[in-house]
Design a protein around this ligand. Structure first.
Ligand SMILES: Cc1cc2nc3c(=O)[nH]c(=O)nc-3n(C[C@H](O)[C@H](O)[C@H](O)COP(=O)(O)O)c2cc1C
Length: 143
């Protein structure tokens, strides 16, 4: 099992409706290949955690990296792991796109989202890293 976290920024023309369409295709592909994870979208920024068999994750990430609907792609962390964090999700998605909420409120919402996915029960360096990045992303644009 291999996990990879990256962040990126949606390009101008990548509209919310297109993101939902992409997500629907992505979920089919991921389910077929036993790839799980979580994609957050906030203020045009993506933060994605991918998990699955190493060669599949690397191949998928190469595809995602060359997807010209987003840019400024940066890998934040990779890890060989024994268990999945989002074992029940072919790609959990949390969209902050249209929410006008305080940073505090957003953090509370994301905590509830992760609690519902039971991701907190699998705490490790990687999850700590991911949740840290999530908080940073939310707070960053709230300032
Ligand atoms: C932010 C972002 C996240 C993506 N996540 C996935 C994903 O988890 N699984 C997937 O199959 N495609 C994902 N894609 C889409 C891929 O980049 C690509 O379009 C898709 O795999 C189809 O590839 P193909 O046109 O080479 O068949 C994502 C794209 C973006 C922009």
């Amino acid at each position: 099992m291999f996990s990879l976290i990256y962040r990126s920024v949606a390009k101008e023309g990548f509209l919310e409706t297109d993101i939902y369409k992409m997500l629907s295709d992505a979920r089919d592909f991921n389910a077929e290949h036993h790839i799980t994870g979580c994609l957050l979208y906030h203020d045009r920024k993506f933060l994605q955690l991918l998990e699955g068999e190493k060669s599949l994750i690397i191949r998928l990430f190469n595809t995602i990296e060359s997807d010209n609907r987003h840019h400024k792609i940066a890998v934040l962390k990779t890890e060989d792991r024994l268990e999945r964090i989002f074992d029940r999700w072919s790609m959990a998605f949390y969209d902050y796109g249209n929410l006008q909420l305080s940073a505090q409120h957003k953090l509370r919402q994301i905590d509830q989202f992760f609690e519902a996915s039971r991701a907190f029960e699998k705490s490790s360096k990687l999850t700590g890293n991911y949740f840290g990045e999530v908080r940073e992303m939310l707070l960053d644009s709230a300032l």
